[in-house]
Design a protein around this ligand. Sequence first.
Ligand code: NAP
Ligand code: GLV
Length: 309
Amino acid sequence: MPETIVIKSDVERNAEWRDAFKDYDINVCFWNRVADKRLVDYALVWKPEPGSLRQFSNLKIIFSIGAGIDHLKGSDIVPPGIPVVRMVETSLTAGMVEYVCYHALRFHRFMPQYERYQREQQWRTIMPVPASARTIGILGLGVLGSAVAQALKPFGFRIAGWSRTAKRVGGVESYYGDSQLNAFLGQTDILVCLLPLTEQTRYILNAENLSKLPRGACLINAGRGRHQVQSDLIGLLDNGRLGGAALDVFEDEPLPQHDPLWSHPKISITPHVASMTTPSCGAQHVRDNITRFRLGKPLAHLANMERGY
Ligand code: NAP
Ligand code: GLV
């Protein structure tokens, strides 16, 4: 009898997920529509409720629909001993590369200021800064951070990355660990956050750290909303310490209607869409991993739940 995978995604994407598994030897069923819970072998999920995965008593692997696994942390979400696999797939990476490059170039070429001048019908010139005179610093030099670094490099920017452990990514200056954070921030003109949300990285984008950036530096946060202290950001944008911010993620999502971030003139907002898993590519990653598991091979992109990513 074929194995079964249960999927908890946006309901509108169910048909796409079903299609993406159709040539693979597996039964697909959807959340809250599982005939026999004991027959579920794998779960592919986004934000399952605490306790809900326990109903599948024969679960072998949990796949996260997103790259981040913070939605699987907290007591009683992942049943003890079940491995968790992060999402790593080409379209998710490509989407993030596009999002970050777009905003980095937008800040680099003073587009927020030119958009304001246009609204005010002002013909004003800002002297261009060569890319070689700008440093883009990427917090988190993992799958997404290193792809972004490689994509930005050909423009001629100086690229630096900060991670937990030292990295060797071609053309990228590697900073690592808490002791090198200040040096990394001190020379970063455009700061990109692509960290996972963990106890160590929560609220890392606070006034103390952001004040270490050169005056007028810009921030792109596509990591998680809880990386940023939103009131600190507003203060730093208002007093000119920060030049602008592009935020895709927020402490509370959806961003509440009356939140001051919505109307801040130096903030560009997107509703957590920097990149998204495409079912066809995401299913390929899941299928490859199930095949590896069936052959007794190690899983690819296994999350370390202790470490938090
Ligand atoms: P990843 O491959 O696991 O990379 C994480 C990076 O963060 C690694 O370089 C890691 O360092 C570094 N890191 C973790 N904790 C650290 C710490 N305490 N100090 C310094 N560096 C630390 O993850 P990914 O696939 O690139 O994804 C990154 C995050 O992007 C996800 O967790 C998610 O939150 C976010 N995301 C957002 C969207 C969106 O649409 N907005 C979409 C996808 C993902 P080491 O390598 O040295 O361990
Ligand atoms: C989206 O936020 C993801 O983690 O993939």
